[in-house]
Design a protein around this ligand. Structure first.
Ligand SMILES: [Zn+2]
Length: 70
């Protein structure tokens, strides 16, 4: 058994930076755990709340782009 998280106050604990959760994105978080762009993706179902793409991502992305262009 090992120590898990220590209580706040340590200083150099490996804290996750507030980065957008979407794969390959390293922008800062803006809304929920996403940047502005990926928050839209999240609302459109292009990423789940963990930042993972659904299996039918390509289809959804195509629809999303069409909607955006309209
Ligand atoms: Zn992002």
């Amino acid at each position: 058994m090992s120590k898990k998280e220590q209580n706040a106050g340590g200083g150099n604990v490996t804290a996750m930076p507030d980065r957008c959760l979407a794969e390959g994105c390293n922008k800062g978080q803006s809304k929920l755990a996403f940047c502005e762009e990926h928050f839209v993706w999240y609302k459109e179902g292009l990423v789940n709340k963990k930042g993972e793409r659904p299996s039918d991502f390509d289809r959804k992305y195509a629809l999303f782009m069409r909607k955006k262009a309209a």
